[in-house]
Design a protein around this ligand. Structure first.
Ligand code: NAP
Length: 378
């Protein structure tokens, strides 16, 4: 009879947030909790009830207790980078030698941290585990989704550069931003309801009412910083030196790190925009191919052959409206790629539109899969 391996004690911090909630949902769907001993932590409700995951659990532990965290084999956090930057150094100083798996950007560019997206860089992850690396992060959501969509082209060195213009969902900014988007929509509707219900009202009066609401003081903007319902916000995260936002800077930095490229790096740049979808980040991508002889059929096969989650949507209106949108993709692991065509600029310029659920492949799913890889590694 084989020896039963001791189950790893895994602590979860940030499980109540957007990413954490989706992580728990996916782990329950996949039965992942049966192979670990889970312990749940909180920064705001120590002693409260742990989440319902179908097994008896102790009350919530203190996410700021180095002593309690240090007893764990693995810490999975979706609490954010401030938490990581505060707690991880303290824990390592106290001798914590377990795995730290992180949804935040806090460690991503550190030399002793690997950005994990196993359908793209499993060999990098395996080498790091064998070399004793203990810190693993998931990548920026738009970067991970772009790599999942275009994995085949990157794998075959067919990309010279990428320009990605993003349409990022409110949930990318966390649970409170999603709530704020909905309350903004509700406020707009409340103010315009009477005009809307009157079929003889003037459309310009309706439009003016909405604009006044958007510019007035009733709209709550505490988390989003500006109205998002009925509008867009072409700024995500803080500024970096060259006019990019940090979200835009991550495009090249993280893509090349995930692909393990330090020389012959791939240029990635674009504009990142918050839009009023609830879930899913969409991207309009233009890229320069290194081989202009590739046909759209060739490219379709390369993308489909790379991973099982890519779905190619034919470049026509009915299929685009039905399948190529956050409404169609939210809550699924599908990475849809459509509007695929060569630009009129020349045969080496490819354009496409892609949508993926950033809470799944952009955050929770690589984290969940990395935890399973660690559990198997022992
Ligand atoms: P979030 O929803 O704001 O949750 C983070 C923490 O905020 C929770 O763990 C919770 O901590 C606290 N919180 C405060 N008010 C809350 C409320 N009303 N509902 C739920 N939680 C609330 O943040 P997130 O979007 O999950 O992001 C977590 C980390 O993952 C960040 O570093 C983010 O950059 C990164 N990330 C996010 C995404 C995304 O699409 N959202 C994608 C990739 C990476 P307590 O329970 O301890 O109070």
């Amino acid at each position: 009879m084989g020896v039963k391996l001791k189950m790893l004690k895994v602590g979860f911090v940030g499980w109540r947030g957007m990413v954490g909630s989706v992580l728990l949902q996916r782990m329950m769907q996949e039965g992942d909790f049966s192979s670990i001993n889970p312990v749940f932590f909180s920064t705001s409700n120590v002693g409260g009830n742990s989440p319902e995951i179908g097994v008896q659990l102790p009350k919530l532990s203190d996410a700021y207790s180095v002593e309690q965290l240090a007893k764990l084999d693995v810490i999975v956090t979706a609490q954010g980078s401030e938490y990581t930057q505060k707690m991880l150094p303290e824990l390592r100083n106290k001798g914590f030698s377990g795995y730290w798996l992180d949804a935040s950007s806090g460690l991503r560019m550190d030399d002793d941290a690997v950005i994990a997206l196993d359908p793209i860089n499993k060999t990098v992850i395996d080498a790091a585990l064998n070399n004793g690396i203990k810190n693993y992060c998931v990548g920026n959501c738009t970067v991970s989704l772009m790599l999942m969509a275009l994995g085949g082209l990157f794998e075959q060195n067919l990309v010279e550069w990428v320009n990605n213009m993003t349409y990022q969902a409110a949930s990318g900014a966390g649970a409170n931003s999603m709530r704020e988007l909905l309350s903004q929509s509700g406020q707009i509707y409340l103010n315009v309801k009477d005009l809307l219900n009157d079929s003889s009202s003037n459309i310009l009066a309706i439009d003016d009412n909405v604009s006044q609401t958007l510019r007035g003081s009733q709209i709550k903007t505490q988390y989003l910083g500006a109205p998002l319902a009925g509008s867009v916000i072409p700024w995500i995260d803080c500024a970096v030196e060259n006019g990019q936002t940090r979200e835009e800077w991550k495009g090249a930095a993280e893509t090349n790190k995930i692909l393990g490229l330090s020389a012959n790096t791939i240029k990635v740049d674009g504009l990142c925009v918050r839009v009023g979808s609830m879930r899913c980040h969409s991207q309009a991508i233009t890229l320069k191919l290194t081989d202009k002889k590739l046909s759209i059929d060739d490219i379709t096969q390369i993308l489909l052959n790379h991973n099982q989650w890519v779905k190619i949507i034919p470049n026509n209106k009915p299929d685009t409206l039905k399948y190529l949108s956050p409404a169609a993709v939210s809550g699924t692991l599908d990475i849809v790629v459509g509007r695929l065509r060569k630009l009129t600029f020349g045969e080496d310029y490819l354009t496409l539109f892609t949508v993926g659920d950033q809470l799944l492949w952009g955050a929770a799913e690589p984290l969940r899969r990395m935890l399973n890889i660690v559990v198997k590694h022992g």
